[in-house]
Write a protein that binds this ligand. Sequence first.
Ligand SMILES: [Ca+2]
Length: 643
Amino acid sequence: MKIARNSPNVLALLPPFSREFGILLVILQTTVVGVAWASNEVVEIHVSPHGRDSSPGTAEQPVASLERAIELVRNVRNKKGPNIDINVVLDDGVYRLEHPLIITPAENPGPGHLRFIAANVGKAVVSGGRLLTGWKQVAQHWEVAIPSVNNQPLLTRELFINGRRAVRARTPNSGFFRIDRPGPDKRTSLFIRPEDAWAFEGNIAGCEFVYLHDWSTSRVKILSFDPQTLQVVFSQRVGCSAPHYEIGHWPHARYFLENGERMLDQPGEWRLDTERGVIAYLPQPGENLESIEAVVPILEALAQIRGDSSSGVPVRHVQWQGIVFEHCRFDLPDAGYAAGQATVYEPRRGPQSTGREMMPAAVTLDLADGCAFVDCSFRHLGGSGLWFRRECRNGVVRRCFFHDISGNGINIGETLTRPLKDVSPEWTSPFNNGCTYGIHVEDSVIRECGVQFFEAVGIWIGISPGNVIEHNEVAQLPYTGISVGWSWNDQPTGCRDNIIRANHIHHCMLILHDGGGIYTLGRQPGTRIVNNLIHDIPPNEDGAESNGIFMDEGSSDILVEGQTIYNIGRSPIRFHKALEITLRRNTLVCQPGVPPYRYNRTDPKTLRFEGDRVIEAGQWEPPAEVESAVGPRKMGNSGSPSR
Ligand SMILES: [Ca+2]
């Protein structure tokens, strides 16, 4: 550890924190919201994959693990109190965790800061994965033994080869099949079309059936297939318990198969063969058995930043700068996976259980105040990315990159179903401070989420007010881009006053239906959706249509102003049981013959129209000034957005 005392007159900004600066003493002055306060002391703790945990944690003698670094943080905090700042400087390299990193008020009660700073942005990697070694060639593919975790075989759902997600072996290799009709109970069996029976031939042990509902998916195990009747029987139930998730609710739903023996037929595919206890991988041209880097996720969480829920004391001012988070697993429930929407699914913890939970994230904050992620990456994750979950205040996500994520990119707040045993049942009231609020997500890129779970969204805001989502790029998603609200009627909740501004949202709804570039639910006084550019939302194949903006059940008291929406397969804006929406000066470019608005059980007389411009055009490009005004801002020399 290195302890620095600074001159109170000198102010040095932290980033860019290059290797050259990494060993210098950090000098800074910090103002805490509401309290004028200047730190005069910064303690640095250095960590390096090449260090030793018995070392003191200086730049010259760094510790090796983040776990040890956090122990040192706690020691420093005990010794020097809450006011000083502590910087943990991460040298380049991969930090493979044995356990999730836990940060509590014992490490950082505030007002002093605790910063985890990559010596070089993007070069310090926090991984929950394990390297797989000992590959052997078997026929055309390679094999390695399934690793054990806690003396149990790891039933991994992901394999990363040379930093790229390998494809879980599937049939068909692209696109989908369609079912013929449901079986008798519409939950545990269905009939396929005769031309697709070849896909079920051979050994289907370990095969997963992926059923595409209109706006969600189910993943269940196949019990049997009868080639005579063409009936597929499952050992788990398809769909959430609500009736609209029954097999056949939409006729001829799409499906595909994963992880069966014969599905391993395309270079880059892999499968988990539990019968033989191996992971099998079909290499791509140019890949070498000796030199590949193969990683499977071991941990189910990478970091948890959490206050003390029993005393209500928050953890404060924990910041992550330039860190990469990768490799985190999410296992399906034993009774199969059935999603409702936006990775909210039924965990089926008991035979009659119909409750829903949200898929966990790699990094989760609870009761956390003033925590920030700057220049960080979240990638190659099996669940969701980052979650400001419960009673978080004033968080920041700035210039971060979220990609290759199986679930949602960013979650803010909770659903309406927080366990009520330890909180006021009024926590969802707009007049109660029980919600997470005040999270800013800006200048970030969120793309290629929902890789496994197509119902996932880029950014999700549940029952949470006062958040600002601005100047992000949200793209390449199977379902909705940004989802705001989580109540299906117009009763007031704590979801209000959210600003969704100047985002570039495109190529969403690439697989599922009935969503949009932006999707809203519930009454949201003060919520403003302004100046976003939304484009390339393809037409739905069946089911309910997809749109640029879809304002779903109960959406009300929301301002929609200044959007540019083009190249949308259906109507640019759709309402379903919405009311009291103000539409002002939006530019809505419609395909020929497609109406600008579509009303599903919405009375247009409850909406205010103030100067929307409607253009009918098959091909249309936005003016350059519209494109340049959205998405991540270019950074000036100060590291701050230049406009
Ligand atoms: Ca295949």
